[in-house]
Design a protein around this ligand. Structure first.
Ligand SMILES: Cc1cc2nc3c(=O)[nH]c(=O)nc-3n(C[C@H](O)[C@H](O)[C@H](O)COP(=O)(O)OP(=O)(O)OC[C@H]3O[C@@H](n4cnc5c(N)ncnc54)[C@H](O)[C@@H]3O)c2cc1C
Length: 290
C-alpha cells in the first residue's frame, strides 16, 4: 500500500487529481476500522492529517469556519459557545477517538449515526470542497446524499464547514446502550434561532441520513409565539405543548429495526430527547432573561 503525505492543501489536491482512487485519511478512526476488518484494501492512501489549511477555526463577522481536520478535542476547547457542537463532540467515542477524529471524517463517512452531523444540519452549515479546478460550497443537505453516501467527487477534498453563528440556546443529546463510547440509537439537536424566532430540529440515527423535523419546528415556534415567550422568555409554555413537540419530532423520524434498536424504540427516543431539549432551551432562555 502506498501512502501519500502532502504537506499543503495545494499539494494534496494535486495528488488527489493524480490518484482519484486514493482513500483520504484524516484521524483514521473510521478508515483504520475498515482496513482492520478487511472491508477495504485501497492501494493508495492520501494522508490529509498534516494540512495546515484544514486545521483552523476562523470566526469572521457572524460566521465560523471549522477546518475539516480539526479534532473533536479542539472543538470542545475552542468552541464552547457553540454548545450543541461542543456537546456532540464530547459524546464521540473516547478521549483517544476525540483526539484523532474530525468533523471532516464524520462528513466523509456520512453515517446517519455521525454525531456532528445533526448539529451541522441544525446550524444550516455549508460544506466547503476543493479540487485543483476550484472550490464548491454545498448545503449539508446537498452534501449528505444517503446512508454512507455523500456528494464528494473523486478529485475533491473536504476543506471544512461554515455556518452563521446562531443566536439562542442549543443542545445535542443521544441515546445508546450505555453513557459513553456508544453509537447513537437516536440523537436530536435542537437549536433556537432568536433572530428569526424559529426552532431547528435535526435527527440522527433514525433514517437513511440526517433528517430535519419541519412540522415540529413550526409547531414549537408557534407555541412560543402563542405563549408570548419569544418576547418574554419567562412566559410559561404549556407542558402538553412540549410533549406534542416531542411527538411531532418523532413523527419526522424514518427509523428501521436493526441490531442496535427497534424502529419503535428509536421513535420513542426521539420524542423524549426532543421534549427534553425544548425544556432545556426554555430554561436557558429564562436564565438569560434573569
Ligand atoms: C471506538 C470508536 C468509537 C467511535 N465513536 C463515535 C461516536 O460516538 N460518534 C461518532 O459520530 N463517530 C464515532 N466513531 C467514528 C469516527 O470516530 C468518526 O466518524 C470521526 O469523525 C471520523 O473522523 P476521522 O478524522 O478519524 O476520519 P477518517 O477515518 O480519517 O476518515 C473517515 C472518512 O472520511 C474521509 N475523509 C476524511 N477526511 C477527509 C477530507 N478532508 N476530505 C475528503 N474525505 C475525507 C475518509 O476518506 C473516510 O472515508 C467512533 C469510532 C471508533 C473507532
Amino acid at each position: 500500500m502506498e501512502v501519500l503525505r502532502p504537506s499543503s492543501l495545494r499539494e494534496a489536491l494535486q495528488m488527489r487529481a493524480a490518484h482519484p482512487e486514493a482513500l483520504p485519511i484524516a484521524g483514521g478512526t473510521d478508515v483504520m476500522v475498515e482496513l482492520n476488518f478487511g472491508r477495504r484494501r485501497p492501494e493508495t492512501i492520501l494522508d490529509v492529517s498534516r494540512l495546515p489549511e484544514l486545521q483552523v477555526i476562523r470566526r469572521e463577522g457572524g460566521t465560523i469556519f471549522l477546518g475539516a481536520g480539526v479534532p473533536y478535542t479542539w472543538i470542545m476547547r475552542e468552541l464552547p459557545d457553540q454548545v450543541a457542537l461542543a456537546q456532540a463532540s464530547r459524546t464521540v467515542g473516547s478521549p483517544q477517538i476525540r483526539n484523532r477524529g474530525t468533523v471532516g471524517g464524520n462528513l466523509g463517512t456520512a453515517s446517519p449515526a455521525g454525531d456532528a452531523l445533526p448539529v451541522l444540519a441544525a446550524y444550516e452549515a455549508e460544506v466547503l470542497l476543493a479540487s485543483v479546478t476550484g472550490t464548491r460550497r454545498l448545503s449539508w443537505r446537498d452534501f449528505l446524499r444517503g446512508p454512507k453516501r455523500n456528494a464528494l467527487a473523486p478529485d475533491e477534498l473536504i476543506v471544512g464547514v461554515e455556518w452563521n453563528v446562531p443566536q439562542g440556546p442549543g443542545s445535542f443529546s443521544k441515546i445508546g446502550t450505555r453513557n459513553a463510547m456508544v453509537i447513537a440509537i437516536a440523537s436530536v439537536c435542537l437549536q433556537v434561532d432568536e433572530t428569526t424566532r424559529g426552532l431547528r430540529v435535526a435527527l440522527g440515527s433514525v433514517g437513511p441520513t440526517i433528517l430535519r423535523a419541519p412540522e415540529a419546528e413550526a409547531f414549537g415556534a408557534g407555541v412560543l409565539d402563542e405563549a408570548g415567550a419569544w418576547a418574554d422568555p419567562r412566559a410559561t409554555v404549556p407542558q402538553d405543548a412540549v410533549m406534542r413537540f416531542g411527538e411531532l419530532t418523532a413523527a419526522a423520524a424514518r427509523p428501521i429495526d436493526d441490531v442496535r434498536g427497534t424502529a419503535a424504540y428509536r421513535r420513542h427516543g426521539c420524542a423524549v430527547l426532543a421534549s427534553r431539549a425544548l425544556t432545556w432551551a426554555l430554561a436557558d432562555r429564562r436564565a438569560v432573561a434573569g
